[in-house]
Structures are given as C-alpha cells and as structure tokens.
Design a protein around this ligand. Structure first.
Ligand SMILES: Cc1cc2nc3c(=O)[nH]c(=O)nc-3n(C[C@H](O)[C@H](O)[C@H](O)COP(=O)(O)OP(=O)(O)OC[C@H]3O[C@@H](n4cnc5c(N)ncnc54)[C@H](O)[C@@H]3O)c2cc1C
Length: 456
C-alpha cells in the first residue's frame, strides 16, 4: 500500500488531506521570505492514539514529519519540507482540566494560548506567557519553541510553566514526562528537554501547565524619547533601580510610524522611540512603581510621559505594540530578526541596529521586549524589489545576529532556531555542545524523521 493509503487507513475519515489547495495553505508559516517545500500530505489527528498511528506509518515509509500547531512560526520552523507529512494538531483543542487548588490546567496542544487564560479566568487564575501572537498561536507551538511574550520580563517564559507533558516519540511510543507537584527531582528532566525542541524530538500531545492568580489590574506608562539610546538608558536605569515591572516594551520610530500608518492611532511619529511599561503590583504599589519609572524616563531624556490605570486605555497602547509585526508586514516583505542581549547592553544593540541599517541602506524597524533584552530588529523589503534590497537585507540580518553574539547575547530570544538561525547555532553554543545535542536527537529519532533539515 502507498504511504498515503496506509495513512488514510490508519486514521478516521477526514483526518488525511491531499487536496493541493488545502496543502498549499499548510505549506507556509509566517516566515514569508523563505520558500517552503512541497508536502506530500497533511494529517489532522484528534487524539494521541491517532498521532502515534500517523507517526508509525510515516516511520515505516521513511517519510519526514513536520509537526504543526497554528503555523505562526517566524523561524521557518513549521514550513513544509519536500515530500513531508504535515502533522497538524489544530483539532486537538480541548482544555481537559482546571485544578483550582493545585493551580494547574491540562490542555491538548492545539488550544490557542489566549483561550487558556479565558478558560481559567472564572477561577481567578491566569496563564502568564503571552506572545504577541497569543490570539492565534497554539500552546503546543509555544512549548515547542519555549515562547516568550510581553509579561515574561516579570513572570518568565513558557518553560517556567510546563509541569508535565505527554509526547509521541519518533517510533510512535507515547511517554509521559514531568509531574503534578510543584517540586520533584525524580530522574532526568525530559520535560525540559522537550520544551524548545521545535518538533525535532517528539510531538507534544498534552501538557500540564502552572497557573498564577490573576492580577487585579495594572498601571501603565507610555514614554516617548528623542533618541534610541536615551530609551535604552531609561530601561537600564529602571532595571538598576530594582523596579520589577510586568512589561517593558520598546518600538522605534520606523515601527511606530508603520503602526500609525496602518491603524491611525495618533502616535507621536517624531519621537525616536516609544517605551511601554506596566506594573501589575497591588494598589497602591503599582501607581508608585510606575511614577518612579516615569521619573527615571524623564531623567534619561524622555520628551513625553503619561500614565493610566484605565484598562481600556492601557489595552489600546498594548495593542499598538502587538500590531507591530502586521504593521511592518503591510509595508513590504519582512525579515524579522529575534535576538537577545544582556539587559545592560540593550542601548548598544539599538545603536548597532541603526548602524547596520545605514551601512546596508536598508529599513530596519526595531521593537521588542526591552526589559529582558530581547529585540526584534526587522528588515522591510519593498514588494517591488528586484532582489537587490533583499540581498542587502539578508546580509544586514546576519550582521544583526552577529552583533547580538558580539554583545554576549543569543541568536534567538524566543522564536527558535528553526530554518532561519540554524547556520548560527554552532557559533553560539560551540561544536561539542551541538554534537551532544545531535547524539540526543539520534537516540530519540534514529531515522531523522522529525522536522529534519532544521538545526538538529
Ligand atoms: C504577529 C506575531 C507575533 C509574535 N509574537 C511572538 C512573541 O511575542 N513571542 C514569541 O515567543 N513568539 C512570537 N511569535 C512567533 C510564534 O507565534 C511563536 O513561535 C509560537 O510559539 C508558535 O506557535 P504555533 O502554534 O504557531 O507553532 P507552529 O508555527 O505551528 O510551530 C512552531 C514550531 O513548533 C513545532 N510544533 C508545533 N506544534 C508542536 C507540537 N504539538 N509538538 C511538537 N512540536 C510542535 C513546529 O514543528 C515548529 O518547529 C509571533 C508570531 C507572529 C506572527
């Protein structure tokens, strides 16, 4: 029997798709500037047993598998590979259990990030990691990329919230990792190994996640700066002062103008940078924290500051930040970089991004999670470009990654290595470290079928 016939026989009706038009939509992720391969078939399992069955058939036929959640990867991680099976878990979308006392939630991998906090809100509980894509990315994808987000500066990243996983391995074996308890040191940390493994070691089919009590509000500060470095200095001063804010985001002039062009928000387009800060400490601490942050911004040279405790006003400001990517995408093809540096070096990274833009004569819009040193300098290539600007932008993209490494940082803060950063991984972690990672990969996936050709 052919691979597709055997797959169709192993899964329920409607779970296997070969329609070229549908395959075309699942070929891509959000890494628009890279061309994906041509998949052979896509499968949409609803249960762990169905995932395991699909994996076994693929292994028997030596067909590569691209695990897929919602396809919002910006690292080319969920793009199709030639001849692959796209194993998409979007139909595994149940929230299975909320435990109020243990403050945990158990979910299937296709559940969208934002839907978790919506479901746990009636219990006064909240799932903190909040990628800007939270409305449309899946928790399985978040776990596979160890996603970060806006409030991670205070609350940590996905890894800090994953207590245990159910994972289908490359031979179809189903394992449980982790525990139900807050503490626990039995055996090697396979949960930690799976988090951030980008679909190369197994397919996450269930996750038990920690929750936190929902904060009862927040105070928000917006500050505009005349130079990028003064904005960077303000962020460094706030951190040095020991203020633990729940959000510290930055957008440069190019990004602010793109958001204003696309969504007409009345933002100050003359300022070099917009900084958004938030404290979700209890009243009255949050007001005092934000007032102190405003003083520090002004001391660093802010041209304008304003604070609000109104939830709607704050959400509109945060929305401006969340719309940064679609707004820049509206201006052309976007090569979105994702690098992180020690917080103390954010001003230098901002200055390097400006220099690189000037040197290669390209447009770079920089925005990101300045509080944890994770920035997204993004190159925008006009759609009518004949390839000349794209070539310069690709060189500038590489230079940004190298600048982050030079400043003691990392090639990816949250989007993952995927296809995009694979050429840089060894430079960051070293040959011996990478060799160990490849040995682990070979042990768990000897046929090399899970998301091959990325970085492992
Ligand atoms: C506008 C926009 C804003 C964004 N903002 C942020 C942000 O603030 N922070 C951030 O971290 N990211 C952000 N991202 C990137 C992206 O949303 C994240 O990487 C997200 O975690 C991907 O989830 P997904 O469900 O779309 O995964 P996919 O794109 O489907 O897959 C991503 C990777 O995970 C693997 N994978 C997916 N599901 C599974 C599974 N069940 N088991 C094993 N492997 C799996 C895939 O093989 C792939 O390698 C943003 C993206 C966009 C488009």
């Amino acid at each position: 029997m052919s691979f597709v016939d055997e797959l169709a026989a192993a899964l329920p009706d409607g779970a296997v798709v070969t329609d070229p038009d549908i395959l075309e939509t699942y070929r891509y992720d959000r890494t628009d500037w890279l061309t994906p391969g041509q998949p052979a078939v896509a499968a949409f399992p609803r249960t762990t047993a169905e995932v395991a069955a699909a994996v076994k058939v693929a292994a028997a036929h030596r067909v590569p598998i691209v695990p897929r959640g919602a396809g919002s990867s910006l690292a080319g991680g969920s793009q199709a590979i030639d001849g692959c099976l796209i194993l998409c878990v979007e139909r595994m979308e149940r929230i299975l259990d909320v435990d109020e006392v243990d403050q945990t939630v158990t979910v299937e991998p296709g559940v969208l990030n934002a839907d978790i906090s919506t479901a746990t809100a009636p219990y006064g509980l909240w799932y903190p990691p909040d990628p800007a894509s939270k409305a449309f990315c899946s928790i399985g994808g978040n776990i596979a990329t160890n996603a970060g987000g806006l409030c991670c500066v205070k609350y940590g990243v996905t890894r800090d919230y994953v207590l245990g996983l159910e994972v289908v391995l490359a031979d179809g074996t189903v394992i449980e990792t982790g525990r139900r308890t807050i503490k626990g040191v039995a055996g090697l940390d396979l949960t930690g190994l799976m988090v951030g493994s980008e679909g190369t070691l197994g397919i996450v089919t269930r996750a038990r996640l920690r929750l936190r009590p929902t904060p009862d509000g927040a105070a928000t500060l917006v500050a505009f700066f005349p130079t990028l470095t003064s904005a960077g200095d303000a962020i460094a001063a706030i951190t040095r002062a020991g203020l633990v804010l729940s959000l510290m985001e930055i957008m440069d002039r190019t990004t602010v103008s793109a958001v204003d062009d696309a969504y007409r928000m009345g933002l100050d387009r003359d300022a070099a940078a917009l900084v958004l800060l938030q404290s979700d400490s209890p009243v009255p601490v949050r007001g005092a924290e934000v007032a102190r942050a405003a003083e520090l911004c002004e001391a660093a040279g802010a041209s304008y500051t304003a604070t609000t405790e109104d939830a709607e006003e704050a959400d509109a400001l945060l929305q401006a930040r969340r719309l940064a990517i679609p707004a820049l995408e509206a201006q052309g093809t976007m090569l979105l970089d994702d690098v992180a540096v020690p917080r103390s070096r954010v001003p230098e990274l901002l200055a390097r991004a400006e220099d690189i833009a000037a040197q290669h004569e390209v447009t770079i819009g920089t925005f990101g999670h300045a509080g944890d040193g994770n920035l997204h300098p993004s190159l925008v290539v006009p759609r009518e470009d004949d390839g000349t600007v794209l070539q310069r932008a690709m060189t500038a993209f590489d230079d940004l990654v190298l600048a982050a490494l030079d400043l003691g940082g990392t090639i990816t803060g949250e989007h993952g290595v995927g296809r995009v950063k694979a050429p840089f991984l060894e430079r960051e972690i070293g040959a011996d470290n990478l060799a160990v990672q490849r040995r682990i990969k070979r042990e768990l996936d000897p046929l090399g079928l899970l998301n091959p050709g990325r970085w492992l």
